[in-house]
Design a protein around this ligand. Structure first.
Ligand SMILES: [Zn+2]
Length: 237
Protein backbone atom coordinates (compact mmCIF):
# COMPACT_ATOMS: atom_id res chain seq x y z
CA UNK A 1 0.00 0.00 0.00
CA UNK A 2 1.34 3.43 -0.95
CA UNK A 3 1.33 6.55 1.22
CA UNK A 4 1.09 10.28 0.52
CA UNK A 5 2.15 13.08 2.88
CA UNK A 6 -0.30 15.91 3.41
CA UNK A 7 0.86 18.66 1.02
CA UNK A 8 0.97 22.43 1.37
CA UNK A 9 -1.30 22.82 -1.66
CA UNK A 10 -3.65 20.41 -3.41
CA UNK A 11 -5.89 20.82 -6.46
CA UNK A 12 -9.01 18.88 -7.38
CA UNK A 13 -10.01 18.81 -11.07
CA UNK A 14 -13.46 17.34 -11.65
CA UNK A 15 -16.08 17.17 -14.37
CA UNK A 16 -19.45 18.00 -12.75
CA UNK A 17 -20.70 19.86 -9.70
CA UNK A 18 -20.67 17.17 -6.94
CA UNK A 19 -17.87 14.99 -8.42
CA UNK A 20 -15.45 16.51 -5.89
CA UNK A 21 -17.22 14.27 -3.36
CA UNK A 22 -14.84 11.54 -4.60
CA UNK A 23 -12.12 13.08 -2.41
CA UNK A 24 -14.17 15.34 -0.11
CA UNK A 25 -13.32 13.51 3.13
CA UNK A 26 -9.60 13.82 2.44
CA UNK A 27 -9.94 17.47 1.39
CA UNK A 28 -11.91 18.34 4.55
CA UNK A 29 -9.23 16.67 6.66
CA UNK A 30 -6.40 18.44 4.85
CA UNK A 31 -7.95 21.95 4.87
CA UNK A 32 -8.50 21.58 8.62
CA UNK A 33 -4.79 20.90 9.04
CA UNK A 34 -3.74 23.87 6.90
CA UNK A 35 -3.46 22.58 3.32
CA UNK A 36 -4.53 25.14 0.72
CA UNK A 37 -6.98 23.58 -1.75
CA UNK A 38 -8.20 24.77 -5.14
CA UNK A 39 -11.25 23.16 -6.77
CA UNK A 40 -11.39 23.30 -10.58
CA UNK A 41 -14.87 22.43 -11.89
CA UNK A 42 -14.82 21.79 -15.64
CA UNK A 43 -18.50 21.73 -16.71
CA UNK A 44 -21.55 23.59 -15.49
CA UNK A 45 -23.61 20.41 -14.95
CA UNK A 46 -26.49 21.79 -17.00
CA UNK A 47 -27.84 18.36 -18.08
CA UNK A 48 -28.03 16.84 -14.60
CA UNK A 49 -31.80 16.54 -14.23
CA UNK A 50 -34.69 14.42 -15.43
CA UNK A 51 -37.02 17.40 -15.00
CA UNK A 52 -38.04 18.64 -18.46
CA UNK A 53 -39.57 21.78 -16.91
CA UNK A 54 -36.09 22.83 -15.83
CA UNK A 55 -33.93 24.80 -18.29
CA UNK A 56 -30.19 24.14 -18.69
CA UNK A 57 -29.38 27.80 -17.89
CA UNK A 58 -31.35 27.76 -14.68
CA UNK A 59 -29.90 24.41 -13.64
CA UNK A 60 -26.36 25.68 -14.30
CA UNK A 61 -27.01 28.65 -11.99
CA UNK A 62 -28.45 26.43 -9.26
CA UNK A 63 -25.53 24.02 -9.48
CA UNK A 64 -22.94 26.82 -9.40
CA UNK A 65 -24.43 28.08 -6.14
CA UNK A 66 -24.54 24.53 -4.73
CA UNK A 67 -20.89 24.08 -5.70
CA UNK A 68 -19.89 27.27 -3.88
CA UNK A 69 -21.79 26.09 -0.80
CA UNK A 70 -20.14 22.65 -0.93
CA UNK A 71 -16.68 24.24 -1.26
CA UNK A 72 -17.38 26.33 1.82
CA UNK A 73 -18.43 23.21 3.75
CA UNK A 74 -15.07 21.65 2.85
CA UNK A 75 -13.09 24.72 3.96
CA UNK A 76 -12.12 25.64 0.38
CA UNK A 77 -12.22 29.26 -0.82
CA UNK A 78 -10.42 28.87 -4.16
CA UNK A 79 -13.03 27.59 -6.64
CA UNK A 80 -12.59 27.91 -10.40
CA UNK A 81 -15.52 27.10 -12.72
CA UNK A 82 -14.52 26.61 -16.36
CA UNK A 83 -18.15 26.45 -17.52
CA UNK A 84 -18.03 23.88 -20.32
CA UNK A 85 -21.45 22.38 -21.21
CA UNK A 86 -22.24 19.13 -19.41
CA UNK A 87 -21.47 16.08 -21.55
CA UNK A 88 -19.36 18.06 -24.02
CA UNK A 89 -15.91 18.02 -22.47
CA UNK A 90 -13.35 17.31 -25.20
CA UNK A 91 -9.61 16.87 -25.34
CA UNK A 92 -8.75 20.22 -26.92
CA UNK A 93 -5.77 22.55 -26.73
CA UNK A 94 -8.05 25.17 -25.18
CA UNK A 95 -9.33 22.97 -22.34
CA UNK A 96 -5.83 21.60 -21.60
CA UNK A 97 -4.47 25.17 -21.57
CA UNK A 98 -7.05 26.23 -18.99
CA UNK A 99 -5.89 23.41 -16.71
CA UNK A 100 -2.22 24.27 -17.35
CA UNK A 101 -2.97 27.86 -16.37
CA UNK A 102 -4.61 26.82 -13.08
CA UNK A 103 -1.82 24.35 -12.24
CA UNK A 104 0.85 26.97 -12.92
CA UNK A 105 -1.08 29.60 -10.94
CA UNK A 106 -1.91 27.54 -7.83
CA UNK A 107 1.22 25.32 -7.91
CA UNK A 108 -0.15 22.22 -6.13
CA UNK A 109 2.08 19.34 -5.03
CA UNK A 110 -0.87 16.93 -5.25
CA UNK A 111 -3.65 16.87 -7.87
CA UNK A 112 -6.82 14.78 -7.50
CA UNK A 113 -8.94 13.83 -10.51
CA UNK A 114 -11.09 11.10 -12.09
CA UNK A 115 -9.40 7.87 -13.17
CA UNK A 116 -9.55 8.16 -16.99
CA UNK A 117 -9.74 4.39 -17.39
CA UNK A 118 -11.81 1.87 -15.46
CA UNK A 119 -12.23 -1.59 -16.95
CA UNK A 120 -14.72 -3.00 -14.47
CA UNK A 121 -17.44 -0.41 -15.08
CA UNK A 122 -18.46 2.27 -17.55
CA UNK A 123 -17.01 5.67 -16.86
CA UNK A 124 -18.92 8.86 -17.86
CA UNK A 125 -17.54 10.53 -21.01
CA UNK A 126 -16.73 13.77 -19.15
CA UNK A 127 -14.99 11.82 -16.34
CA UNK A 128 -12.73 10.04 -18.85
CA UNK A 129 -11.86 13.24 -20.68
CA UNK A 130 -11.37 15.23 -17.48
CA UNK A 131 -9.00 12.61 -16.01
CA UNK A 132 -6.98 12.18 -19.20
CA UNK A 133 -6.63 15.89 -19.96
CA UNK A 134 -5.70 16.66 -16.35
CA UNK A 135 -2.91 14.07 -16.48
CA UNK A 136 -1.67 15.56 -19.76
CA UNK A 137 -1.82 19.06 -18.28
CA UNK A 138 0.31 17.90 -15.32
CA UNK A 139 2.84 16.24 -17.60
CA UNK A 140 4.26 17.53 -19.81
CA UNK A 141 2.28 20.69 -20.50
CA UNK A 142 2.38 22.48 -17.10
CA UNK A 143 6.02 21.66 -16.47
CA UNK A 144 7.66 22.53 -19.79
CA UNK A 145 8.06 26.25 -20.61
CA UNK A 146 7.75 25.84 -24.38
CA UNK A 147 4.31 24.30 -24.04
CA UNK A 148 1.75 27.08 -23.80
CA UNK A 149 4.59 29.53 -24.11
CA UNK A 150 2.03 32.35 -24.18
CA UNK A 151 1.20 31.45 -20.56
CA UNK A 152 4.90 31.22 -19.65
CA UNK A 153 5.47 34.69 -21.13
CA UNK A 154 2.39 35.97 -19.34
CA UNK A 155 3.86 35.09 -15.93
CA UNK A 156 2.51 31.54 -15.48
CA UNK A 157 5.82 29.84 -14.83
CA UNK A 158 6.17 26.06 -15.33
CA UNK A 159 5.30 23.91 -12.34
CA UNK A 160 6.05 20.29 -11.46
CA UNK A 161 3.25 18.37 -9.74
CA UNK A 162 4.69 15.50 -7.68
CA UNK A 163 1.64 13.27 -7.25
CA UNK A 164 -1.69 12.66 -8.95
CA UNK A 165 -4.36 10.73 -7.06
CA UNK A 166 -7.16 9.19 -9.15
CA UNK A 167 -10.53 8.20 -7.73
CA UNK A 168 -12.77 5.63 -9.43
CA UNK A 169 -9.97 3.42 -10.78
CA UNK A 170 -9.91 -0.36 -10.65
CA UNK A 171 -6.97 -0.92 -8.29
CA UNK A 172 -6.56 1.80 -5.67
CA UNK A 173 -3.37 1.69 -3.62
CA UNK A 174 -3.71 4.75 -1.34
CA UNK A 175 -6.30 4.85 1.44
CA UNK A 176 -6.95 7.95 3.55
CA UNK A 177 -8.70 7.65 6.89
CA UNK A 178 -11.83 9.86 6.72
CA UNK A 179 -13.47 8.61 9.92
CA UNK A 180 -13.35 12.12 11.43
CA UNK A 181 -14.46 13.99 8.32
CA UNK A 182 -17.14 11.64 6.99
CA UNK A 183 -19.90 13.90 8.42
CA UNK A 184 -18.37 16.87 6.54
CA UNK A 185 -18.25 14.82 3.35
CA UNK A 186 -21.95 13.98 3.75
CA UNK A 187 -22.73 17.63 4.51
CA UNK A 188 -20.88 18.76 1.36
CA UNK A 189 -22.81 16.19 -0.66
CA UNK A 190 -26.11 17.48 0.73
CA UNK A 191 -25.22 21.02 -0.39
CA UNK A 192 -25.67 19.65 -3.92
CA UNK A 193 -29.36 19.71 -3.20
CA UNK A 194 -30.55 19.44 -6.82
CA UNK A 195 -28.74 16.09 -7.07
CA UNK A 196 -29.17 14.57 -3.62
CA UNK A 197 -32.15 16.43 -2.16
CA UNK A 198 -34.84 13.99 -3.27
CA UNK A 199 -36.52 12.07 -0.49
CA UNK A 200 -35.32 8.49 -0.10
CA UNK A 201 -37.63 5.86 -1.53
CA UNK A 202 -36.85 3.71 1.49
CA UNK A 203 -37.93 5.64 4.61
CA UNK A 204 -35.49 3.62 6.73
CA UNK A 205 -32.52 5.02 4.87
CA UNK A 206 -30.92 8.34 5.78
CA UNK A 207 -29.40 10.72 3.24
CA UNK A 208 -25.74 9.84 2.99
CA UNK A 209 -26.20 6.16 3.85
CA UNK A 210 -24.83 5.01 0.50
CA UNK A 211 -21.82 7.26 1.01
CA UNK A 212 -21.18 5.84 4.49
CA UNK A 213 -21.44 2.32 3.06
CA UNK A 214 -18.95 3.15 0.31
CA UNK A 215 -16.49 4.66 2.80
CA UNK A 216 -16.89 1.64 5.07
CA UNK A 217 -16.17 -0.76 2.18
CA UNK A 218 -13.04 1.19 1.22
CA UNK A 219 -12.01 1.30 4.89
CA UNK A 220 -12.31 -2.47 5.21
CA UNK A 221 -9.62 -2.91 2.57
CA UNK A 222 -7.19 -0.82 4.62
CA UNK A 223 -8.11 -1.70 8.22
CA UNK A 224 -9.85 1.65 8.76
CA UNK A 225 -13.40 2.44 9.82
CA UNK A 226 -14.07 4.82 6.91
CA UNK A 227 -11.72 5.60 4.01
CA UNK A 228 -11.36 7.11 0.57
CA UNK A 229 -9.30 5.17 -1.96
CA UNK A 230 -7.11 6.41 -4.82
CA UNK A 231 -4.64 5.19 -7.41
CA UNK A 232 -1.35 7.03 -7.09
CA UNK A 233 0.81 8.27 -9.95
CA UNK A 234 4.16 9.83 -9.15
CA UNK A 235 6.10 12.29 -11.28
CA UNK A 236 9.76 13.25 -10.97
CA UNK A 237 10.14 16.77 -9.56
ZN1 LIG B 1 -19.75 13.49 -12.88
Amino acid sequence: MATVERPERAMVVFAHPDDEIGCAGTIASWTKQGTGVCLVLCTNGDKGTEDLEMTPDRLAQIRAKEQRDAATALGVSDLVMLGYPDGELEDTREFRGKLVREIRRFRPQVVFTHAPVAVTRHNHHDHRICGAVTLDAVYPYARDPWHYVELTRGGFQPHKVATVLLWGGDNPDVFFDITETLPTKVEAMMRHHSQFGRPNRDPNRQPGDFMREGARRQGERAGLQYAEAFSKLEFRV
